[in-house]
Write a protein of this length. Structure first.
Length: 441
């Protein structure tokens, strides 16, 4: 093999992040984010508020969340060109501006999440019942061994934050991300968040909404709130708390349908109607219950005493018991969306010591997540896609690898800028189709 000479040119005639132009077209062409930031947030600094926010969005869309990643961007002409930035801030300016205007920035960016999805007329895959799923869940961000504001013990057993997220459809469009202290109970502030994301889902979808969430939100106020909305159904995990498992097993044997998946294991499923009172009014809810009795483990080892497992789900769906359970179990897909935000966008450990700034960063993470999801759904799902296996969506990491980190030569003439891709670039057709879709002119 011939020895290769490694050297650095004095000219910037190429870029390894040509896909940032797709992000720039979405932010500038499909939202009014920049205008609202510069008009509604006080102050007219030399480096505008919109330039500061777009700089950080550009970093997030490369999978970088730390402020230090902004160092050296001032000399990157393509970064500025692709995102439509006039002046690129330093890492110090980026951090200080976020600290100073965290709450104002967060409100505007949170509004832009729905605006982006609405303007792009997103495609949403429904469930087998014809509903569009809206999954809400709390997840944990590990920020152990730090003294950041709001970090406390989470239900996962480590110190960190416990934000809540909401995702629409099987594609997992993010309708909201809200940062919370690690020790905050999932039900605290849940109803206002639920109302907000339901209103957003209504703006995007005319089909019935199916709200799914786990037993951390087994609260009467949630059931009552959901029952007030027309064309909204729900499946919410039941928290048996201190229920007598033996009594439930006896009842399941009398009223339920019993199956025996293997020797020593019996499963009984049935549903019951439960009447509850809230603020002087009576409500009746359906509860689907599954009780499992194990006399031996999967390897045939007999147990000293029977092991009884009790599960349940509150629902408004008029379906068979097993169908309700099957629809709820698909809610586990939302764990994948959490993972993409935590790992693919590098938001597991938030970059600031201030809670408000980290809340802004997480909201920006939700916005960047939707930007990359739009790029992936537009460019990596068709025949021109370099990814061949069938799927309903592409992971955010795949989008960054395939369409953001694409090397191209930047050619500037008097009137235009050209991106020239390699002769054998596998994503050229997909890249061009996405760009023409986002920038038809």
């Amino acid at each position: 093999m011939k020895k290769i000479v490694i050297e650095q040119s004095s000219k910037a005639f190429y870029t390894a992040q040509s896909g940032l132009v797709l992000v720039g077209e979405l932010v500038n062409g499909s939202t009014s984010l920049c205008e609202r930031l510069d008009k509604r947030v006080p102050g007219r600094p030399r480096i505008s508020h919109s330039d500061v926010v777009k700089t950080y969005l550009g970093l997030l869309c490369q999978g970088k969340s730390d402020f230090e990643a902004a160092a050296g961007l001032a000399g990157d002409d393509w970064f500025r060109e692709a995102l439509g930035i006039q002046n690129v801030p330093s890492q110090e300016t980026l951090r200080q501006r976020f600290d100073r205007h965290a709450q104002a920035f967060e409100r505007i960016i949170d509004e832009s999440i729905t605006e982006l999805l609405k303007r792009r007329k997103i495609s949403v895959t429904p469930t087998s019942t014809g509903h569009v799923a809206l999954d809400l869940d709390v997840f944990c961000l590990d920020n152990s061994d730090t003294k950041k504001e709001g970090v406390s013990r989470t239900y996962q057993g480590y110190d960190g934050y416990a934000p809540i997220g909401a995702y629409l459809g099987e594609e997992g469009w993010c309708l909201g991300l809200e940062l919370r202290e690690g020790s905050q109970h999932g039900q605290n502030g849940f109803v206002p968040f639920l109302s907000k994301v339901l209103a957003r889902a209504r703006q995007l979808e005319a089909r019935p909404i199916l709200v799914r969430t786990d037993s951390a939100h087994d609260a009467l106020e949630n059931l009552v709130e959901l029952s007030r909305h027309a064309d909204v159904d729900f499946v919410i995990g039941w928290n048996p708390r201190k229920a007598d498992k033996d009594s439930w097993w006896e009842r399941a044997c009398r009223e339920g349908r019993i199956t025996e998946p293997r020797a020593g294991k019996k499963v009984a499923v049935f549903s019951t109607s439960v009447e509850r009172t809230h603020q002087g009014r009576r409500y009746r809810f359906r509860l689907v219950v599954r009780v499992t009795e194990r006399l031996c483990d999967a390897k045939g080892q007999m147990l000293v005493q029977p092991d009884i497992d009790l599960e349940g789900w509150w629902t408004s769906l008029d379906l068979e018991d097993l169908d309700v359970i099957a629809i709820y179990e698909k809610r586990g897909l939302s764990e994948q969306f959490h993972s993409e935000i935590k790992s693919d966008l590098d938001l597991e450990r938030l970059p600031s010591g201030k809670f408000a700034t980290n809340a802004l960063v997480l909201t920006l993470g939700g916005f960047a997540y939707n930007l990359l999801r739009l790029v992936g759904q537009s460019g990596l799902m068709g025949e021109a896609s370099p990814v061949r296996h069938p799927a309903k969506r592409r992971r955010i990491k795949t989008v960054i690898q395939e369409l953001i980190y694409v090397a191209a030569r930047v050619i500037r003439t008097a009137r235009r800028v050209k991106l020239q891709f390699g002769r054998h670039c596998p994503v050229f057709d997909a890249f061009r189709s996405v760009y023409l879709k986002f920038c038809p002119g």
